[in-house]
Design a protein around this ligand. Structure first.
Ligand code: IPM
Ligand code: MN
Length: 352
């Protein structure tokens, strides 16, 4: 029995999560695995109503589950940063989800802005470190609001944090068994402390994975190759900030935020799966947003829970719907409603 916490969150989060759960239900019927869900109302509305971002027991509560399924966090009436830091980053850090796994996969029939590139070219995975770097909040401000203001925001890189991320990425490249190639994305020519640590750890860990080809690219060059030669990549490992930036670029090359999913993974603990697009408040309640990213998050969640067959089936179902049904991946332009897209994926799973 898989115990899943459901955090629909803000904006269109609950709408897309509903479709993801529909597909989860269909897959459980089809393949016979069991699960139960518990809903949480954490998000902007609850914060505005109660003044509390999260209950103090949030982390302990989440530790009781096998996985967390998250819609989106971000509310137009709440100052940017409060919910993102107070909920999303708080859970990632508190549950030590040290990997942010972001596949960049172009499904059949999906339009990419990359000229002459197709699904065979755009199919790689970014392993983003998810608990350190510029995201820890280390640093400070002096003389705020004066002409002498000083703002320092430090990138924290620990040997342990960097090494466990790199190790995960090597093991992932091995298990993925595609090109068996791992690219370290860094900036060794300028960030000579942080990425020196990354580079040393990378080549030391590489010795334990002789079957994996190692590769290095500076982050600026990485964005260039992601556009020009995405087929060069198999698995990319990088720090938190670079990973944040390059995965938005990656998402655009795979058809946009409507289809990009990700997992915040603690390989020894509780992981959290989410569509990476955000809450898209202007579409709330309109039944026009693309649920495929949220359905992709369910697919990743099942993979992590060991339901490999279900994950494979949902992947096929997504490919069927993008390849033969949807006109576009964008909200309002799919040719179907949010609910209808969820129905089509669930139906494919049921009929398989
Ligand atoms: C993401 C988001 C978050 C991040 C924000 C909302 C804090 O952009 O999941 O990529 O920067 O990690
Ligand atoms: Mn981001």
């Amino acid at each position: 029995m898989h115990k899943i916490a459901v955090l629909g969150g803000d904006g269109t989060g609950p709408e897309v999560v509903r479709e993801g759960l529909k597909v989860l239900e269909a897959a459980s019927h089809k393949l016979g695995f069991k699960y139960e869900t518990v809903d949480y109302d954490w998000g902007g509305d609850r914060y505005l109503r109660t003044g509390e971002i999260l209950p103090p027991t949030a982390i302990d509560e989440m530790k009781k589950f096998d996985a967390i399924y998250l819609g989106a966090i971000g509310h137009p009436d709440v100052k940017p940063g409060i919910l993102e830091k107070g909920i999303l980053l708080y859970l990632r850090f508190g549950l030590d989800q040290y990997i942010n796994l972001r596949p960049v996969k172009l499904y059949p029939g999906v339009e990419t802005p990359l000229k002459d590139k197709g699904p065979a070219d755009i199919d790689y995975v970014v392993v983003r470190e998810n608990t350190e770097g510029l995201y820890t909040g280390a640093g400070g401000v002096l003389k705020k609001g004066t002409a002498d203001e000083v703002a320092v925001q430090e990138s924290i890189n620990t040997r342990k944090g960097v090494e466990r991320c790199i190790r995960y990425a090597f093991a992932y490249a091995q298990k993925r068994n595609k090109d068996k190639k791992l690219t370290l994305c860094g900036k060794t020519n300028v960030l000579t402390y942080a990425f020196d640590l990354w580079e040393r750890a990378f080549y030391e860990v590489a010795k334990d994975y002789p079957d994996i080809t190692t590769d290095y690219a500076h982050v600026d060059a990485t964005t260039m190759w992601m556009v020009k030669n995405p087929e060069w990549f198999d698995v990319i490992v990088t720090d938190n900030m670079f990973g944040d930036i390059i995965t938005d670029l990656g998402a655009m090359t795979q058809g946009g935020m409507g289809i990009a999913a990700g997992g915040n993974i603690n390989p020894e603990g509780v992981s959290m799966f989410e569509p990476i697009g955000g809450s898209a408040p202007k579409y709330t309640g309109m039944n026009v947003i693309n649920p495929l990213a949220a359905i992709g998050a369910v697919q990743m969640m099942l993979e992590t829970l060991g339901e490999t067959k279900a994950a494979e089936l949902i992947d096929k179902a997504i490919a069927y719907v993008t390849g033969s049904k949807l006109k576009s991946m964008s909200a309002g332009k799919m040719g179907f409603t949010t609910t209808e897209v969820g129905d089509m994926v669930a139906q494919f799973v049921a009929d398989a």
